[in-house]
Every structure is written in C-alpha cells, then in structure tokens.
Design a protein around this ligand. Structure first.
Ligand code: AMO
Length: 440
C-alpha cells in the first residue's frame, strides 16, 4: 500500500458541521476510521474527527469499483474523503456522505493494542501506554471536552470578575511551602526544584494586580499510589487582595455553580455519554460549612471514629464523611498546627482561617486568609521549623505595602475525576505522571 499525499486537498468542514443544510454540497472531510462495516453490496465507514463523526456510505455500482475496493479500511486508518452530502435520518447528524474519492493517508496494524471499537474499555495502564491512540476514543472525547469547557469556564468566570491571569515560574530556587517533597533538578551548575505551588508568587502578585489567577502545573514528589494522587498536577490558583477567607468561600462556591451550569449547558452530550447527567448537577449555594471541630464530632458520633484534636483527617475517615456528605461542602477552621506558615491564625490561635472544599470524600481545594504582616510571617516560618533566610526574597515583598489577602488552590484533575464520574484520576489527565509512570 502506498500512502497518499494530501496534495491540494484541504478539509472544508469538521464532521459536526455536516448537517442536512448542506445536502448536495461537495465537502472534504478528514479524520480516522472509527468503524468499517461491509454488508456485501454496501459498505459504511464511520469517520471521526475532533468534533464528532459522520457516515460515509458506498453502494456497489453507485461508486466506482476502484473506490469501492479502496474503502476497505481498518480501525483508525487516517483518511480524507471527498463527497456529496445526502440526507439520511438514521445516520449521525441526519446525513451521510456519498464519496467520489478517498485518500488513505496512513494505515494501522490489523490488531490494535487497545479496543477502539467502543465495545469494551481496555485496562487503564494499557490505554495509557498507547495514550495518543486511546485519546481518540469516544469516552476520552467526552472527558476532555468537559475538561476544556471547565478551563474555558474558569477563565470566563474570573475575567468577568476583573481577575488578571498571571504566569509564575515553575523552576524555583528553594522550597515554596515546606512540607511536600520537591523534585530537584540541575539548573546549570546549581540545584533547583520544580515548583510544588504558585503560592508565594500569587500572594506577591495580589499586591500588584489585586485579583489574580493562574492555571498551571505543580509538581508533587509524593510516592502516593492512590486513585486520587498524581505527581504533576494542574492547579487553579486564585488570590484576592483586600479580602479574607469568607470572600473566597463565596467566590469559590459561585465558581463551582457557574462551571457546573456551563458544562450542563454546553457539554450535555458528553455528560450523557459518561452517564453523569443526573449526577453532575447544580449544587445548592451557599454550600454547607462545617468547622473542623464539627467534623471531628460527626466522625465520633456517627462512625465511632476517634480522632486526636489537631490530627489530619485520615483516608478512612474521609471515606465515611463521603458517605454522610456526598456533595460539595466546606471544612473550615483547621488547627493551625497542620496548616502552612502563610495561613492566618484565627483569634483563638489554635485554629486557622483556612478551609478545604470537599466533594464527598475528595478534597478539591484548600485555601484561606494569608498572613500579610512581615514579622508575623517570619515567626510563622520559624515556628514550622523553616529558615526565614530561604524566604528572603519573598519576605521583601512584605516591606512595600502588602495588602491583606486570601485565596485558594483547586486541583483540576480531581474535579474532572468527580465531574466525569471517573474511578481513577489518571483518566482525567492526557499524560499522567505517577511514581510509576513517566512515559509516554
Ligand atoms: P494543596 O497542597 O492542598 O494546596 O493543593 C491544592 C489542591 O491540589 C490538589 N492536589 C492534588 N491532586 C492530585 N494529586 C496530588 N498529589 C495532589 N496534591 C494536591 C488537591 C488540592 O486541594 N498553596 C495551597 C493552596 C492555597 O492555599 O491557595 C496548596 O497548594 O485538589
């Protein structure tokens, strides 16, 4: 088989644009063979592209023998088709294309490494090994349409509210927050790190642009092999000057509402494909707010789980919470002892002006009011056993009129996992990074 060149051919439309309005028009489509059916005198190719699919119909005698022969294509062949649009109610989009020419641009082996027929879902690791192919499945089309809508919706929502999109360095000279393990890298002849969070930069920039956000990768060197953890995460970071945690709680619940509404309005077919149209529904806002102490009491009274005050909530306890509160809710006022140095203590210094946004058992977001007083920040850094010297350049920003500010960080893949009803966070990322996966 020789592979054909595209030559002068250019796509005139995406598949979704081929509607009954175009009947009798000649069009050129390009994409991949999702399915090929041979009924003897009739052959059907389902051609997919990034926007959807359409049926190419060949009837023996109606198309040339040559073309009829050439149409014998395998799963995921890359082809272009020139043909006329014909109305046909039973086909996708209510149309079919009667081809006059087909170009086979690339072939595939007879047996693909994963199921692309849509009849079964191959095992996730196998799919991830062949991700560029796997991403062409209908399931992934739905997941990543929802993800794209979510990212677009976040930007629209925040731009409408006067936020400035910032970009901050991902290569850093010293630890951002302490706590989480960092990935060291070589920066010429010096050691540097991949950033774990945009935290310090977004705080500094809230002192310039007042309302800022960034959607960017952060790197977590945790060897957590769970269905909720990955090593390269994509985080929506938001920071707002002249505000405190309560303003942020309000903004975040409005964002959650806006995004779910937007996805339901614009991506209902994708939600339906994933069987999520009755599960990914609008939350009632304001969301319920529980204090850390109330959660501890609830765990004790309902599930007889004894937690030491000041402990983080265990996975098992979160699981129970997810049964009791299977929706979006906030947990606020965490013990200061388990919060990072930049979080503002409450009036009762054992607590902090901090919160998590939960979806059932899953933590989607953490955030809070920040310390904006330099000396207080230095003391907090020391009290966490860190050295203020490593934060010198950050601390400098606090000499020049740093406003009170508050913000949050939201894990995009965690949210997609929930919105799409996925079992494993790796499905929500095009090329996930985990302790065991660096390729592809
Ligand atoms: P935190 O460390 O809680 O907060 O991260 C923010 C959100 O990112 C997601 N997340 C993860 N998702 C998948 N795999 C992981 N390993 C992982 N780690 C975190 C979670 C989490 O809620 N600087 C603060 C935010 C702030 O205060 O503004 C921070 O990074 O959804």
């Amino acid at each position: 088989m020789t592979f054909e060149e595209i030559g002068e051919w250019r796509k005139t439309h995406y598949t979704n644009e081929i509607t009954p309005k175009l009947v009798d028009r000649e069009v050129i489509l390009g994409g991949w063979v999702r399915n090929f059916r041979d009924l003897g005198g009739m052959r059907f190719i389902i051609l997919q592209d990034k926007m959807g699919e359409r049926q190419i119909t060949l009837k023996k005698g109606e198309v040339s023998d040559n073309l009829f022969e050439k149409s014998r294509t395998g799963y995921q062949y890359c082809i272009m088709v020139k043909g006329r649009v014909k109305a046909f109610k039973a086909a996708p989009g209510g149309v079919e294309i009667i081809p006059s020419e087909i170009k086979i641009l690339n072939q595939t082996p007879e047996k693909l490494p994963i199921d692309m027929s849509g009849e079964t879902i191959s095992e996730l690791d196998l799919r991830l090994n062949h991700r560029a192919l796997d991403l062409r499945s209908k399931r992934n089309e739905a997941i990543f349409k929802i993800r794209a809508q979510l990212l677009k919706g976040i930007r629209n929502f925040l731009f409408e509210r006067d936020f400035t999109e910032i970009t901050t360095p991902k290569i850093i000279g010293s630890a951002t927050e302490g706590g989480t393990e960092l990935f060291p890298i070589m920066y010429f002849d010096k050691e540097a790190f991949l950033t774990q969070s945009a935290q310090l930069y977004k705080e500094q920039l809230s002192g310039v642009y007042e309302r800022v956000f960034e959607i960017s990768p952060c790197f977590r060197a945790e060897k957590s092999r769970t269905k909720r953890h990955i090593c390269e995460i994509f985080v929506l970071d938001v920071e707002i000057a002249f505000s405190d945690m309560h303003d942020v709680l309000k903004l975040l619940e409005e964002l959650v509402y806006y995004i779910i509404n937007d996805i339901r309005e614009k991506q209902m077919p994708a939600l339906k494909f994933l069987n999520m149209e009755k599960k990914t529904i609008l939350p009632e806002i304001p969301l319920e707010r529980y204090k850390y102490d109330e959660i501890i009491e609830l765990l004790k009274s309902k599930f007889n789980i004894d937690m030491e005050w000041g402990e983080d909530i265990s996975t098992e306890a979160y699981r129970k919470l997810g049964e009791e509160l299977p929706y979006y809710y906030y947990i606020t006022h965490w013990p200061m002892s388990i919060k990072p140095f930049y979080i503002m203590p409450s009036k009762d210094g054992r607590y902090s002006e901090s919160f998590d946004l939960q979806m059932g058992m899953l933590e989607l977001t953490s955030g809070g009011t920040r310390v904006h007083d330099k000396q207080m920040l230095i003391d907090a850094i020391e009290s966490k056993g860190l050295n203020p010297k490593s934060f010198e350049s950050h601390l400098n920003a606090f000499d020049y009129g740093m406003p009170p500010h508050a913000g949050f960080g939201l894990g995009v893949a965690r949210w997609i996992t929930f919105l799409c009803g996925l079992d494993d966070i790796r499905e929500a990322v095009m090329y996930p990074r985990t302790p065991d996966r660096l390729i592809p």
